[in-house]
Design a protein around this ligand. Structure first.
Ligand code: NDP
Length: 271
């Protein structure tokens, strides 16, 4: 009998997570099943209950349920506590153990797959939603020299900054308050989902800048196209983060670390 895992979200039809976990399971010889579950509106907690009663061993959570999962968890890992959002749950001893693997997934992709030195880097983080909250703590742990959180709604960026009060080099702004040049620009807005891009100054980009869109796509996103035209050294999408956050979830569930590189390569990274 294989252990049951799932992804809860809405909409979820095009999720790559079932393919990623199937690849990890095959690679490591683990016997698991992994299904995508799209609950009825307001039906997340009932769907989770049903999944647990059916013997579910753990699950991932994506938009729009990450905050509800954070509230529902009995125990929280430190990254989930800081993010106030949960994307991975381990069902153990009758309890829900909530984690957030988005940040470590992004940091691993940047450092291990893309060779980025985060310590001392000047980072511009665009967006203040769930994914920005998930990645901010792990990015700050790497001690960048500057990290500016910029959001369309400036108060959202300020509220996120305030969760990390006292961290040197951390500031916030609206898009029109962005100043200076950056080594790394992360698009953690959902603008790409509607084929738009955050409107930020061209002067933020230098010939050494890596422009990274957290969204993954079969074609370059408007943000990537813009950054390339502005002269960025490299523009990539978020498939590496997606696979790396899944690898961390797989490790939390199975105690085995899969190799993520061949899985990222199998999707063909954009950029
Ligand atoms: P949220 O809905 O939580 O946050 C959305 C953010 O985008 C807000 O800051 C919002 O600003 C901003 N925004 C929305 N539309 C626009 C626009 N047209 N122009 C500028 N800013 C805009 O989304 P998430 O944080 O969960 O997801 C953001 C992106 O990250 C998505 O593209 C998602 O696919 C991707 N993602 C990728 C992951 C991966 O593993 N690769 C993991 C998680 C997310 P405001 O506050 O002003 O409304």
């Amino acid at each position: 009998m294989s252990d049951r895992y799932a992804l809860f979200g809405h909409p979820i039809g095009h999720s790559l997570s079932p393919r990623i976990h199937a690849a990890f399971a095959e690679q490591t010889g683990q016997r698991i099943s992994y299904q995508a579950i799209d609950p009825e509106p307001d039906g997340f907690s009932a769907a989770v209950r049903e999944f647990r009663v059916g013997g579910g061993a753990g699950f991932n959570v994506t938009v729009p349920y990450k905050i509800e999962a954070w509230r529902m968890a009995d125990e929280l890992g430190s990254a989930a506590q800081r993010a106030q959002a949960v994307n991975t749950v381990v069902c153990r001893d009758g309890l829900l153990h909530g984690y957030n693997t988005d940040g470590i997934g992004l940091v691993r992709d940047l450092e291990q797959n893309l060779g980025v030195e985060l310590c001392g880097a000047r980072i511009l983080l665009l967006g203040a939603g769930g994914s920005a909250a998930g990645v901010l703590g792990p990015l700050l742990d790497r001690r960048p020299s500057r990290l500016l959180v910029a959001n369309r709604t400036p108060s959202g960026a300020a509220a996120l900054r305030d969760r990390f009060k006292g961290v040197a080099g951390l500031t916030s702004a609206g898009f029109d308050g962005i100043d200076g040049e950056f080594d790394l620009i992360l698009n953690a807005t959902s603008a790409s989902l509607v084929d738009a891009r955050p409107s930020i100054p061209r002067q933020t980009v230098t010939r050494r800048t890596l422009a990274y869109d957290l969204m993954y796509s079969t074609r370059a996103t408007p943000f990537m196209v813009w950054a390339k035209a502005a002269g960025a050294a490299r523009c990539v999408d978020g498939i590496g983060m997606l696979v790396e956050q899944a690898a961390e979830a797989f490790f939390l569930w199975r105690g085995v670390r899969p190799s993520s590189r061949p899985v990222i390569d199998s999707f063909g990274r954009r950029g």
